[in-house]
Design a binder for this molecule. Structure first.
Ligand SMILES: NC(=O)C1=CN([C@@H]2O[C@H](COP(=O)(O)OP(=O)(O)OC[C@H]3O[C@@H](n4cnc5c(N)ncnc54)[C@H](O)[C@@H]3O)[C@@H](O)[C@H]2O)C=CC1
Ligand SMILES: O=C([O-])CC(=O)C(=O)O
Length: 332
């Protein structure tokens, strides 16, 4: 059997982690033959709760889980890790936008960037879930200069999964038959969920979703807004933000990054922008990517309509504004 991988989950006593830890520990992310040691980071007042999570992980009797390291010390949490799920951050409440969390959360990602830089493996793959995820990931990367920028990503997979589920429901097909939905830009209400390159597999043949749905008005309005506002809809209903679906999306994101995307399918990830599709450079922008051997690559030369262009520009502008605000908060 392979040597165990060290995997850190921050916010380990919180609600997303409560679902995520089980998915990771049972082998759904790093594969059924890869043992892991889980490093669990939370803040000092949560150590009692974390103790309960550690008990439950033991009681799951999971064969791939070779060790658990609960801690409130980033130096211990990030030591020699190969994968980092950065979940620990304050969630928004009803009526807030995710960027309203910048002042509460961005400093966490500076500290954790510094700790990753010092203690993690240099090829560590980092997924930022804590909101506002794109800008937190950018700040984290800036404070970890010895780790390649390509190794810092933000989660828009939940938006992609939501988009896929909306299209599957509209067409009355299982979700697995729908692929290649794109989330462009920020994990915020300016994101652009784009179905114009998506495919649906009906009776073994791929058809464009646009052709199958034959309702451009729905795709450009109801569909886009439903996905943009889904996080808020869950908060309004649950009085707490999405957790089960966020944990599933985080595991999908990391699994695809480690194990690769299927031929002919692409997925969306917030990655450092190189200016592809005229997105602003040096922000973490969600693009369609394919992944091979642990490296993501932006899918190029997809057609962009005038409608799409406007939405891509708006979400890019918001990311530039968030970057500026984050730097001001950190330097204040
Ligand atoms: N990118 C995405 O698609 C999604 C992002 N989120 C975001 O994920 C974050 C976590 O959400 P929940 O688990 O529901 O929140 P939660 O409040 O249940 O848990 C957060 C945990 O993080 C811990 N924490 C706070 N500061 C920390 C630090 N410096 N180091 C380590 N741990 C720390 C807290 O003590 C708490 O246990 C929120 O910011 C939320 O908005 C939530 C859903 C989807
Ligand atoms: O909406 C929120 O604040 C939590 C989140 O990011 C999501 O559910 O997409």
């Amino acid at each position: 059997m392979a040597e165990p991988l060290r995997v850190v989950v921050t916010g380990a006593a919180g609600q997303i982690a409560y679902s995520l830890l089980y998915i990771v520990a049972k082998g759904d992310v790093f594969g059924p033959n890869q043992p892991i040691i889980l490093h669990l980071l939370d803040i000092p007042p949560m150590m009692g709760v974390l103790e309960g999570v550690v008990m439950e992980l033991a009681d799951c009797a999971l064969p791939l889980l070779h060790g658990v390291v609960p801690t409130d010390d980033p130096a211990v949490a990030f030591k020699d890790v190969t994968a980092a799920f950065l979940v620990g951050a304050m969630p928004r409440k009803q009526g807030m936008e995710r960027k309203d969390l910048l002042s509460a959360n961005v400093k966490i990602f500076k500290v954790q960037g510094e700790a990753l830089d010092k203690y993690a493996k240099k090829d560590v793959k980092v997924l930022v879930v804590g909101n506002p995820a794109n800008t937190n990931a950018l700040i984290c990367s800036r404070y970890a200069p010895s780790i390649p920028k390509e190794n810092f990503t933000a989660m828009t997979r939940l938006d992609q999964n939501r988009a896929q589920a909306q299209i599957a429901a509209k067409l009355g097909v299982p979700v697995r038959q729908v692929s290649n939905l794109i989330i462009w830009g920020n994990h915020s209400s300016t994101q652009f969920p784009d179905a114009s390159h998506a495919l649906v597999n009906i009776n073994g043949a791929n058809t464009a979703v646009v052709e199958a749905i034959k309702d451009a008005a729905w795709l450009n309005s109801v569909f886009v807004e439903t996905v943009q506002k889904r996080g808020a809809a869950v908060i309004n209903a649950r009085k707490m933000s999405s957790a089960m679906s966020a944990a599933k999306a985080a595991s999908d994101h990391m699994r695809d990054w480690f194990l690769g995307t299927e031929d002919g399918r692409f997925v969306s990830m917030g990655v450092i922008s190189d200016g592809s599709y005229c997105a602003p450079k040096d922000v973490i922008f969600s693009f369609p990517v394919t992944i091979k051997c642990g490296k993501w690559k932006i899918v190029q030369e997809l057609g962009i309509t005038d409608f799409a262009r406007k939405l891509l520009d708006a979400t890019g502008k918001e990311l530039e504004e968030e970057r500026q605000e984050a730097i001001q908060i950190i330097e204040a």
